[in-house]
Ligand binder design. Structure first.
Ligand SMILES: C[S@@+](CC[C@H](N)C(=O)[O-])C[C@H]1O[C@@H](n2cnc3c(N)ncnc32)[C@H](O)[C@@H]1O
Ligand SMILES: [Zn+2]
Ligand SMILES: [Zn+2]
Ligand SMILES: [Zn+2]
Ligand SMILES: [Zn+2]
Ligand SMILES: [Zn+2]
Ligand SMILES: [Zn+2]
Ligand SMILES: [Zn+2]
Ligand SMILES: [Zn+2]
Length: 491
């Protein structure tokens, strides 16, 4: 425990492979040593039990030739194609699916006897073949695949949003249920599924599915499927393609972002004149907002609460749920005012923010925003000069609103990010970096950041806003934000 792992952002083409395609280069720093240790590790599994690959960086080139995974995958792909074609030609009553072996077979197969004591589903209709997620056992390993499927209501809402946006093609990355839904229920929206779950090879041809790893942008069956996928991306008739990504929530956001960007580049290359920006919906919990924004600053969070059927904490179901509904949201580069949310579920349009917001999200005239993120109605704190969760209490010593119970000022301040210099470990009033600058310029550090019960900004001395939102920041702190990275006079 205590070790930190960072993915080194570099092209994975020359990295050694594990069974999940090219590995990622990680830098591990442990508490006892300053120098990071570099090693190649699996992109898809976070548990070494499942994929134990761990190759020191120096040995990478030796190892890469040891196992030829791509050959194995290719053979596997061919065998599943044969099975699929055979099953399509088999009568429904003879079709079987073995949950233990993860495979379709026919009662008439010579090898059918091998499944005798297995968990087998009998008689799969043509409709059944189109909706495998209705009977496949969800892979529910939190650390790898974490298959949670959308509720029908959520699927209907996505479908409605796509229609309003004029989307005619959707790439479902890690969204097999959405793929099925669009195929069956949407006239005129085509869908292509990218998923690491190879069970779908038994159900879908290359024209609608590729066995794919979203953390290294790897097509397991090589050009055979990648070329088909690229054909799908070609937008000759202004079909408005959208990339929809629903990753396992424990995943790392940087490698996923790399893949999204690579697909966007491919999209741009294939369609240079028609549509240059690829619209993206990235489904992720609201509390991961910083991760998304750090790697893709153009993404905004939409208030819609995404519901799952087989996950208690990610649903709004009154019986099982968290009190404030599902914490999962859509992050997108589509302007939020274009994403119309269902009034029947209480969503409303805020004409001041120019976007659709949740029922409980109340517009704050001080913040000029509908500030709620977590499904509760936030309230404005004059001392923080920002909106806060309703149960929070203001601590004058920390200068922040926070949970009332168990609050220790020392502990809280050690983890606090200063709203002036943005560094960790102190509050604005104790910002020595800022005091130093003031001293040098001969200006005075205002003693208090409160005046007449309201926040007084310690950067510009004006009452009514906090340092984070100070309109003078750029000028006085020479602050520049570029691709999500902030630099200023304190660096
Ligand atoms: C949270 S589920 C999303 C399912 C979606 N909610 C639906 O109803 O269609 C995550 C999906 O991502 C897939 N997945 C997990 N790891 C992946 C990877 N490395 N590359 C591609 N797909 C992956 C899983 O197989 C699963 O289908
Ligand atoms: Zn692996
Ligand atoms: Zn079996
Ligand atoms: Zn508003
Ligand atoms: Zn407010
Ligand atoms: Zn406060
Ligand atoms: Zn405190
Ligand atoms: Zn500071
Ligand atoms: Zn100010």
């Amino acid at each position: 425990m205590g070790d930190k792992y960072k993915v080194v952002p570099e092209d994975v083409v020359n990295h050694p492979h594990c069974q999940h395609g090219p590995t990622l280069l990680f830098a591990r720093t442990s508490r006892n040593s300053q120098d990071p240790e570099f090693f190649y590790g699996c992109s898809a599994c976070r548990s070494r039990k499942e994929c134990p690959v761990w190759i020191p960086k120096d040995e990478g080139s030796l190892q890469s030739r040891k196992t030829n995974w791509s050959e194995k995958h290719f053979k596997f792909g061919l065998s599943r194609r044969t099975v699929r074609e055979k099953i399509l030609a088999t009568k429904a009553k003879h079709r079987r699916y073995c949950h233990d072996c993860d495979s379709l077979f026919s009662k008439k197969d010579k090898s059918a006897r091998t499944h005798i004591d297995h968990d087998v589903l009998v008689g799969i209709t043509d409709e059944g073949l189109k909706e495998p997620t209705k009977f496949l056992r969800p892979k529910d390993d939190e650390k790898t695949q974490a298959q949670y499927f959308f509720t029908d209501e959520t699927l209907r809402t996505f479908h409605r949003i796509f229609r309003k946006l004029g989307i005619r093609k959707v790439v479902c990355m890690g969204a097999p249920r959405l793929h099925e839904y669009l195929k069956i229920h949407s006239n005129g929206i085509q869908s292509y599924l990218l998923d690491i779950d190879k069970r779908f090879l038994d159900f879908y041809g290359d024209d609608e599915f590729a066995w794919y790893n979203m953390f290294n942008n790897y097509f397991f069956l090589g050009n055979r499927q990648q070329d088909e996928f690229e054909k799908f991306l070609v937008d000759t008739l202004n079909e408005n393609v959208l990339l929809f990504v629903d990753p396992p929530f424990g995943c790392r956001s940087e490698p996923l972002t790399q893949s999204i960007k690579e697909i966007s580049r491919t999209f741009g290359r294939l369609n240079n004149a028609n549509q240059s920006l690829l619209p993206v919906f990235w489904i992720f919990p609201y509390y991961m907002e910083n991760y998304v924004k750090n790697s893709m600053p153009e993404m905004e969070m939409c208030d819609y609460k995404v519901d799952y059927m087989n996950h208690n904490s990610y649903s709004s179901d009154k019986e099982t749920s968290r009190k404030f509904g599902s914490p999962v949201r859509i992050f997108t580069n589509v302007p939020l005012k274009q994403i119309e949310l269902p009034e029947s579920e209480g969503y409303k349009y805020c004409s001041l923010c120019k976007r659709w917001v949740a029922a409980e999200n109340q517009h704050c005239t001080y913040c000029r925003d509908c500030p709620s993120k977590n499904g509760q109605s936030y309230r404005h704190c004059q001392l923080c000069a920002t909106c806060v969760k309703p149960n929070y209490v203001h601590c004058r010593s920390c200068g922040r609103c926070t949970q009332a119970s168990g609050h220790s000022c020392a502990e809280y301040q050690a983890a606090l990010n200063c709203w002036i210099c943005r560094k960790r470990g102190h509050s604005e009033r104790k910002c020595t970096a800022w005091t130093e600058i003031l001293k040098r310029t001969g200006a005075k550090h205002g003693a208090s950041n409160v005046r007449k019960g309201k926040r007084r900004c310690l950067i510009c001395s004006v009452v009514g806003h906090n340092e984070k939102r100070c309109p003078q920041r750029e000028r006085l702190l020479k602050e520049v934000t570029f691709l999500g990275q902030v630099s200023n006079i304190f660096d």
